[in-house]
Design a protein around this ligand. Structure first.
Ligand SMILES: CC(=O)SCCNC(=O)CCNC(=O)[C@H](O)C(C)(C)COP(=O)(O)OP(=O)(O)OC[C@H]1O[C@@H](n2cnc3c(N)ncnc32)[C@H](O)[C@@H]1OP(=O)(O)O
Ligand SMILES: N[C@@H](CCO)C(=O)O
Length: 451
């Protein structure tokens, strides 16, 4: 657990829309002790808060991917949100009353400006990893464009370079639900709350997909009304209403709409090209709100980007739910990053890795069993066996996991694995690996115990 902290910035804060907030407050959490090299900055999504150990508990905590014992983890609540930073319910110093409907238009760039103020306040000069999903990814991307030298690693999950017309339309439909609430123009904290419930229920349709509902809300055989899916939608509206407000929902949906990294920068491609950080992009194939094409677009135009596409029953919300998959994907990428190739190698290796081997390599980590993938259709095992396949590495991985006990693997294995992207050859007789730079490494021979 970590306490909510507050940073008060007592100066004019000029928003992109031209409005000046006379002061702002940023609510934030930190975990761990800072050093020059251990800062991880997490950006939260639409209804998240500044405590990632709360909403991303599968990834943030002791011994987890973002290990609070090793890293200094920072997360700030975004301007306009309901969780402590300046928002529509804050008192407007000019009037002595809450802003309510007068709260101005906020953009991702405004949020990033506030994050950067907090960074300076905390004395952070270098951020090892900047990570965010959805609206969090939009912030992370914008920040990495503005300050390409500040970050070592950038992880963008289920996000995009600019909000699509489809996404804007979803948000507008949700705002229409809020507007239809007769209380919406009233100046009180719970104005528009019923409308927000309908908005959340609508949003759920974009965070999930038909398969999610088939699986989690199956139709009752004999029912002719009051289906499971109905009470689920109602419940989700109520659940958000218990922790959020319509003003914050309205503000942040507009933040999302205005997101376009290409604005006043000659377009998105040119903006993405300004990212100089090693970047991992994770897309969810079943995401209907931030479709996979949007992450492919990011990967195409961010110079040092890797794209991993994952499958999740949960669609867009997969980034909040698929902890194991996220952990494995990010760990794999981080390991490989420790051995960045020289530029001329990069061309050759990346081509091969991207198209063929890389997928296998990722799967290796995911299933913790394949020593390396020599060709797209041949998997070499640590015990010297070999499996031929039609490049269906996932199936092989599953089969292997059922067959072998991988517990006794060498502690040096991660190092070896990280090098596999440079492997040029493997001699099965001697267990020797030949690297692109001429080095060799002999794998320990451990006949793995068969389960
Ligand atoms: C821990 C926190 O509250 S974090 C607070 C900050 N929130 C955030 O950061 C936002 C990010 N989080 C989210 O958006 C969500 O929490 C997610 C996506 C991670 C998970 O969504 P959830 O709503 O928890 O999961 P899911 O869609 O499976 O719904 C489960 C809930 O619906 C209820 N439910 C499921 N089916 C039905 C149904 N047919 N009728 C009524 N209720 C139903 C379940 O009982 C469960 O209730 P509970 O949350 O009170 O335990
Ligand atoms: N479930 C997420 C959706 C937006 O990414 C949230 O409520 O923040």
């Amino acid at each position: 657990m970590s306490e909510l902290k507050r940073y008060h910035y007592p100066h004019d804060f000029t928003l992109e829309c031209g409005v000046v907030l006379p002061e702002i407050e940023i609510a934030y959490h930190t975990y761990g002790t800072p050093s020059a090299e251990n800062v991880i900055w997490i950006c939260h999504a639409l209804t998240g808060n500044s405590d990632p150990a709360d909403w991303w508990s599968g990834l943030v905590g002791e011994g987890k991917l973002f290990d609070t014992r090793q890293h200094f983890i920072v997360c700030a609540n975004v301007l306009g949100s309901a969780y402590g930073s300046t928002n529509a319910l804050s008192v407007n110093p000019a009037t002595g009353e809450p802003y309510y409907q007068d709260f101005p238009l906020i953009t991702i760039r405004d949020i990033v400006a506030s994050l950067d103020l907090l960074r300076e306040h905390l004395g952070i000069r270098r951020i090892k990893t900047l990570v965010g999903g959805s609206l969090g990814g939009q912030q992370a991307l914008e920040w990495a464009i503005q300050q390409p030298k500040l970050f070592d690693q950038l992880i963008l999950i289920a996000t995009n370079a600019r909000m699509s017309p489809w996404g804007v339309a979803f948000n507008e439909s949700q705002r229409m639900a809020i507007q239809a609430d007769q209380t919406w123009q009233e100046r009180r904290p719970d104005a528009g709350l019923s409308g927000m419930k309908a908005a959340r229920a609508t949003a759920l349709l974009s965070y999930r997909n038909p398969k999610t509902y088939d699986f989690t809300q199956p139709r009752e055989e004999s029912a002719i009304e009051n289906f499971r899916a109905c009470s689920y939608q109602q419940y989700q509206g109520d659940k958000l209403a218990a922790r959020f407000n319509a003003f914050a929902y309205w503000t942040l949906s507009k933040v999302m709409d205005s997101h376009d990294v290409g604005r006043n920068r000659g377009g998105a491609m040119s903006a993405l090209n300004q990212v100089k950080t090693q970047t991992l992009i994770i897309g969810i194939q079943s995401d209907v709100l931030f479709p996979i094409e949007e992450q492919r677009f990011l990967a195409r135009y961010i110079p040092q980007a890797e794209l991993t596409e994952i499958d999740s029953l949960y669609g867009h919300d997969g980034f909040l739910v698929e902890n194991e998959l996220m952990t494995k994907t990010i760990r794999t990428w981080e390991l490989a990053n420790q051995f960045a190739p020289r530029e001329e190698e990069e061309l050759i290796i990346r081509d091969r890795v991207r198209v063929d081997v890389r997928k296998g390599f990722s799967e290796y980590i995911a299933v913790e069993n394949i020593s390396f993938v020599a060709t797209p259709s041949t998997v070499h095992l640590i015990n010297g066996n070999r499996i031929e396949s039609e490049n269906n590495l996932e199936k092989i991985g599953q089969a292997l996991q059922e067959l072998y006990d991988f517990a006794p693997l060498s502690p040096r294995l991660p190092h070896i694995l990280a090098n596999t992207r440079f492997v040029k050859g493997f001699d099965e007789a001697t267990n020797r690996m030949f690297f692109a730079d001429g080095r060799t490494h002999t794998l320990p021979s451990f006949p793995l115990p068969v389960r």
